[in-house]
Structures are given as C-alpha cells and as structure tokens.
Design a binder for this molecule. Structure first.
Ligand code: DQA
Length: 148
C-alpha cells in the first residue's frame, strides 16, 4: 500500500461552518477547516486536496475524476450521507480506499441521521470528533501504508 495523495470531499452546507448551527458544528469556518486539513496532511507527510460542493452530482463527478489520481478519499457527504445511493456507488466504482467523517456524532442525533448509505463503501466511519475527525482519518489512511 502506498498512499500519498488524498482527496477530501465535503458535502452540502459544510461551506457554512461558523455560521451554521454553531452549537452543533462549532464556531470555526470552512476556511479554518481547510487550514486544519492542510496542516494535518503535512503532519502525516501526505498531500491533500480539498473539494466542497452542495450538489450530489458534482460530488459523484469529483469521485469519478479521482480515479488514477488519488490513493485515498476522506468524505463527509453531510446530508447526502443519509439519502444518496449515487455517492457510495461512485466510491465503489473507482475502488479508492475511503474513510467517512462527520463533525457531529450522527448516532446521537435525529433517528434519520443514524442511517449512512456511504458507510458501506468506506473502510471506517469517524463521527463526533469535530475537525479532529479529519486528522484521525488522515492518520488511518497513512497507517494503511504500514499494514500492507
Ligand atoms: C454531518 C452530519 C449530517 O447529518 C449533516 O446533514 C451534515 C453534517 C456532520 O459532519 O456532522 O451536514 O455530516
């Protein structure tokens, strides 16, 4: 296993961090998250590229484009987690190792957030750690280099 380049995908409304329900998602902005991910990737010696979209089709397009370019995907599909079949289908189609991240603990919120269609296309789901969840996901992908 040689994971060097990772794609970090954030779904709808993640660009509204800071403004959006700060009691759930905190007061830091999407710009802060981008800086956090850059630093976390540098810390792990990986190259990370971030992508955000509010549109399901654009996320599917980005996953398809990742084929042959990225060795790992970290994805917070946001609300599409609970509704999209196309996103896990795309992850399975490209076969890139993927980790699902959620800022909040989706298992302790509304019942409809407990279902994740994305998780069956991911090696692991990390939820409820805020920004740190992305660091954890990067670390998990990096550690795959040792285990294979
Ligand atoms: C989220 C959880 C989802 O249920 C929600 O729709 C989001 C963000 C999270 O990061 O905690 O938009 O994925």
């Amino acid at each position: 296993m040689d994971i060097k380049k990772i794609l970090v995908i954030n779904g709808p409304n993640i660009n509204m961090l800071g403004l959006r329900e700060p009691e759930i998602y905190g007061s830091k902005t999407y710009g802060d998250l981008l800086k956090f991910i850059d630093a976390a990737a540098a810390d792990m010696g990986l190259e990370a590229h971030c992508f955000q979209s509010n549109s399901e089709g654009a996320i599917v397009d980005e996953i398809q484009r990742a084929h042959g370019i990225y060795d790992g995907i970290i994805i917070n599909p946001a609300a599409y987690t609970h509704t999209s079949v196309a996103i896990p289908d795309a992850l399975k189609a490209v076969g890139i190792l993927a980790v699902e991240v959620h800022l909040s603990d989706i298992s302790k919120r509304e019942p409809y957030r407990r279902i994740s269609y994305t998780s069956e296309a991911c090696l692991k789901t990390i939820a409820g750690l805020g920004f740190e969840g992305y660091h954890e996901a990067i670390r998990f992908l990096k550690n795959l280099n040792k285990s294979a």
